[in-house]
Ligand binder design. Sequence first.
Ligand code: FES
Length: 89
Amino acid sequence: MTDQGFRCVGAADEGFSIELDGRSVEIPGGMSVLGALLLQADRDQQPDWFCAIGQCQRCRVRVNGHEAIACQTYPRPGDRIDTSDGWSG
Ligand code: FES
């Protein structure tokens, strides 16, 4: 995050581990939960839709037990992501 509150998407922050449906996965820093899901999905499993701006609501997941919109949520180290409720990817 910059002083102005913007997230820098060009420079990769240091990576870290999150738990994705019970699996520990390493993701680059500064990546949204949606990005992490797409990074982990097989090519066949990737959705043919996503607005990535929080409008379609089709990327709902749970982060540490709380409902979240994957494209608008940035995970922290150790977060637990559960896609069993809403992720259609
Ligand atoms: S991809 Fe549309 S709300 Fe997240």
